[in-house]
Write a protein that binds this ligand. Structure first.
Ligand code: H2B
Length: 100
């Protein structure tokens, strides 16, 4: 199982992840993506879902029209691990591609 990141390692990783922040009151990271419209938002979610399934690492997320709120945490470990950093990195790349 992936190990929890230390506070330092987490901060360092977040430094390479534009838009991602630590959640207050919970060992998790989050980002709110805002797209042009629902079509782009759902396109992002579809692409991200396929990668998440391949990784066997799944996001907590909520979509309202063109906004997608994402929270990442490794449930089996009870906090943030390198799997969350990997998925967050992929999501940033997918968002860029989705936005053209
Ligand atoms: N996703 C997330 N975010 N955290 C997990 O601990 C996790 C997961 N565990 N997806 C996986 C699935 C596990 O439940 C399965 C059995 O591999």
């Amino acid at each position: 199982m992936a190990e929890l990141l230390s506070a330092d390692a987490r901060k360092q990783a977040l430094g390479t992840l534009p838009g991602w922040t630590e959640l207050q009151g919970r060992d998790a990271i989050g980002k709110t993506f805002v797209f042009k419209d629902f079509n782009e938002a759902f396109g992002f979610m579809t692409r991200a879902a396929l990668v998440a399934e391949k990784m066997d690492h799944h996001p907590e997320w909520r979509n309202v029209y063109k906004t997608v709120e994402v929270v990442l945490s490794t449930h089996d470990a009870g906090g943030v691990t390198k799997l969350d950093i990997a998925l967050a990195t992929v999501m940033n790349t997918i968002a860029k591609l989705t936005q053209g």
